[in-house]
Design a protein around this ligand. Structure first.
Ligand SMILES: Cc1ncc(COP(=O)(O)O)c(C=O)c1O
Length: 483
């Protein structure tokens, strides 16, 4: 086959139509089998080496059909739509978003500049405006989409640094001014600490603020944190709130932190990667009271908004802040205009080329309306409360705290290292069986089982089944001495 014929065959529209129909049929069957819980396992019981060995290589010439590769992937993957999946914070993608992903992958319109993303850039703007309004940010708010919360937090903190450093750090470097730092709770996601290191502030650039028994930042400890910063010879310019934390889903007292930030001239950043979506729920939105006072906010749509990875909104109370962050020459891309170019988001992010991910959320919003998102968040938070209530009611389980969000940490009542060993043993056995998926976390020197209830179709039978399975595995391990 000559080169052009081979290329034409790869782009053949009729072939694409046929493969596409096959794939949609397969995905519809997959959705049905997972959502209904008919699929026997949520996770394949397979060691990494065996998975690698089972992953075929490819040759010079055409080999498999799309449906063969898809079937293999669907069979050997992790099933987020299964109601017995209760582990990480990855959300189950809503089908309309998956279809939009298919669409944007083929179009490949890059929203870094208007010329390459003429339809996608306005969609980003619409989506970001809607999110700002849901939080209650003022009309001047604006932002950008980034690939993930880690990059989103870095993007916001770079803007904060540019706004509050008081010297031209971008052009002249850190050594041209004072040493800086930020204040953040000791329970914040590690990407905040990583962003501090990336910005070149080092270990001393992060002052950890203690938390209370419910893992919420202790506001009364903030003045001492300021003193500590000064004792280190650092000037604090940012205070970070978590809404909510990763381990326990705790919402920091944002209003009180905003008061403190205002009183001390600090930039107030909120990592709402997981819990920002709470503003969509009329029942639970008070958890994030004060979020609307933040200078910058990171909100992941791939956690609690039924979007696939990655889709993060970085929102600024004053949308102009982010134009200032990355001042550099790239005249072949950006129009030379002194004013703000809302239509060229590449001016405002670390990234250059980006996927048109905002289309996925926009598609779901246009097709289903906002209401389904409100229902989703409320339902996931309700399911978490259901699990917490059952843990509390069971004499042999202990609840870490009443959940603020949709994350629940609990233990089987066994003391000391033996208890921790039993927990990990039970979790491993359950994961190997593929029946349920849950995680674990160290809190207050103890091992806790942790569920992030992301699936609105998880219900009483799955929750009772999980607790009963843990109970059975721990008792069996105690009897046989296995762990
Ligand atoms: C509170 C919080 N912030 C940030 C992140 C990082 O987000 P991403 O995984 O999208 O980079 C996470 C991820 O779990 C998180 O829970």
């Amino acid at each position: 086959m000559d080169a052009l014929r081979r290329l034409r065959a790869a782009f053949d529209a009729a072939q694409f139509r046929e493969s596409g129909h096959d794939l949609v049929d397969q995905l519809a069957d997959y959705l049905d089998a997972t959502l209904s819980g008919r699929m026997p396992t949520v996770l394949p019981a397979c060691e990494p080496d065996d998975q690698l060995a089972a992953t075929p290589m490819f040759g010079e010439e055409p080999g498999s059909m799309v449906k063969e590769v898809a079937e293999d992937l669907l069979r050997r993957g992790f099933h987020l739509h299964h109601p017995r999946t209760m582990g990480h914070q990855d959300g189950l993608p809503i089908p309309a978003a998956a279809l939009a992903g298919f669409l944007t992958s083929l179009m490949n319109n890059d929203p870094s500049v208007y010329e390459t993303g003429p339809a996608v850039v306005p969609i980003e703007v619409r989506v970001l405006r809607w999110m700002s309004d849901e939080i209650g940010l003022p009309q001047g708010a604006g932002g950008v989409i980034t690939n993930g919360g880690s990059l989103g937090n870095l993007t916001a903190l770079l803007a904060a640094r540019q706004a509050r450093a008081g010297f031209d750090l971008w052009s002249r470097g850190q050594s041209s001014g004072e040493d800086l730092c930020l204040l953040v709770s000791e329970q914040a996601h590690y990407c905040v600490s990583r962003a501090v290191r990336i910005m070149g502030w080092g270990d001393e650039g992060i002052v950890k603020v203690p938390v209370d028994a419910n893992k919420r930042l202790e506001v009364a400890a903030l003045p001492a944190a300021l003193e500590e910063a000064k004792a280190r010879g650092r000037r604090p310019i940012v205070v970070v709130g978590s809404a909510c934390t990763t381990a326990t889903g705790s919402y920091d007292p944002l209003d009180a932190i905003a008061d403190f930030a205002e009183a001390h001239g600090l930039w107030f950043h909120v990592d709402a990667a997981h819990g920002g979506s709470v503003v969509l729920s009329p029942e639970y939105r008070d958890r994030a009271a004060g979020l609307e006072r933040a200078d910058s906010i990171v909100w992941d749509c791939h956690k609690m908004m039924m979007m696939p990875a990655l889709l993060t909104a970085v929102l600024f109370r004053d949308g102009r802040s982010s134009y200032e962050t990355f001042r550099q020459e790239a005249t072949y891309l950006f129009e030379e205009r002194p004013d703000e170019e809302w239509y060229n988001p590449g001016n405002r992010t670390v990234e250059c080329t980006r996927p048109g991910s905002a289309v996925l959320l926009y598609m779901a919003l246009r097709v289903h309306g906002v209401g389904v998102f409100r229902d989703y968040v409320t339902r996931c938070f309700d399911v978490a409360r259901m699990l917490a209530a059952k843990v509390e009611a069971a004499e042999d389980f202990e609840l870490h705290m009443q959940p603020d969000a949709n994350i629940v940490c609990f233990r089987f009542r066994r003391e000391g290292a033996a208890g921790d060993g039993l927990h990990e043993h039970a979790r491993r056995v359950i994961l190997e069986s593929g029946r349920y998926y849950l995680t674990s976390v160290q809190l207050d020197g103890k091992n806790w089982l942790r569920c992030s209830l992301q699936n609105p179709f998880t219900d009483e039978p799955e929750i009772e089944g999980l607790l009963e399975t843990i109970r059975t595995e721990i008792r069996a391990a105690e009897e046989t001495g296995a762990r």
